[in-house]
Design a protein around this ligand. Structure first.
Ligand code: FE2
Length: 339
């Protein structure tokens, strides 16, 4: 039997932190009509450089306009991500929030454009938070999650676009963005507008539910096959590891922390980390679980190919979720039927 604490401590100590001083960023919010908010770098394969030389080369200097030339250069190098220096993080995250707010408040923005901007902004912040979950970045995540909650509470057409946008890739930060959007939309559908204050207070829990996974070794998270009992036990520590991280943030609500700690609990008591039963589980953690199961089924994972929405919903209704709450499930299905 695994000595849980010793083994977990030794596994966690093997984790390599993100490359010191550099932050990976996506390209979706670097719009053509905008300017580089700070120096942007591309990463060059280490073998092209002598030992000790930097691996990052300047791609676009601060203030450079994102014209066609830049778009062509990105395509030429086949670049999916750029990098910024950690000291410039505030410039970049201010920039993506500003761009997103401009799109949200532009009277001619379509629901599709608004949804795209909010989705990309959430993903960018989640990318950072899941890589480096320190309190300042958790606060930043809350700043972005609040307008996302507002949007989902007030704009059905944009919510419908957001639900459809939920992307397909196997990054933890994409998964958490998707679960965040599904969770808030399901809570709103199930509890109605009267729950707006609750959802605002604990919506961050949906987005940050898997934060503890950043403490689990990548070889376990990405293992292309069934986990051994020991690996499974380590993996099942992630809700409580997430709780420990969130406890350090004074602004995250206690209920949001419970969502993260309890999102793998089951009504029948067969879940983890504490084997709670239905009445003991926070209602929003139960909502998070439905969103989480659906998202996992419809995403490519190391151990399975993604299912269609129809197949995933069918599997959930079948044997896969034996303790399924049918009322909650019926509200979940409706998210995909609007519009
Ligand atoms: Fe999880």
């Amino acid at each position: 039997m695994l000595n849980r604490q010793e083994d977990l401590t030794s596994k966690l100590s093997q984790i390599t932190p993100a490359q010191q001083g550099w932050i990976s960023i996506g390209l979706s919010l670097l719009h053509e009509e905008q300017y580089a908010p700070c120096d942007l770098y591309r990463k060059v394969s280490a073998h092209l450089w002598r030992i000790g030389e930097p691996e990052y080369v300047l791609f676009a200097g601060k203030g450079l306009s994102f014209g066609r030339d830049i778009q062509k250069k990105l395509a030429f190098y086949g670049i999916q991500n750029l990098f910024i220096r950690e000291k410039d993080a505030h410039l970049y995250y201010d920039y993506i929030q500003k761009v997103t707010q401009e799109i949200l408040h532009d009277p001619v923005s379509t629901p599709e454009k608004k949804a795209g901007a909010v989705y990309d902004c959430c993903r960018e912040i989640m990318r950072k938070v899941y890589d480096d979950p320190r309190a300042p970045f958790l606060r930043l995540a809350e700043e972005v999650i609040t307008p996302t909650v507002d949007l989902i509470m007030s704009d059905d057409r944009t919510t419908n676009c957001l639900v459809k946008l939920a992307g397909y890739d196997n990054n933890t930060f994409t998964h958490c963005t998707n679960v965040g959007i599904f969770g808030i939309a399901l809570a709103r559908s199930y509890y109605g507008e009267k729950a707006e204050e609750d959802i605002r207070r604990l919506g961050a829990g949906f987005f940050l539910h898997d934060l503890g996974k950043c403490k689990i070794p990548l070889e376990i998270i990405n293992k292309p096959g069934p986990l051994t009992p020991t690996e499974r036990e380590i993996m099942q520590q992630h809700p409580l590891a997430g709780l420990e991280i969130l406890k350090k943030s004074p602004t995250i609500s206690e209920e949001a922390k419970l969502v993260a700690a309890q999102h793998h609990e089951r009504d029948d008591g067969k879940g983890y980390s504490s084997g709670l039963v239905r009445v003991e589980i926070h209602p929003y953690a139960r909502i998070c679980r439905i969103a989480d199961i659906y998202e996992a089924l419809t995403s490519d994972r190391s151990y399975h190919k993604r299912r269609t929405t129809f197949d995933a919903l069918k599997m959930m209704k079948g044997d896969l979720v034996s303790d399924l709450d049918h009322e909650l499930y019926n509200h979940f299905i409706r998210l995909f039927a609007i519009g």
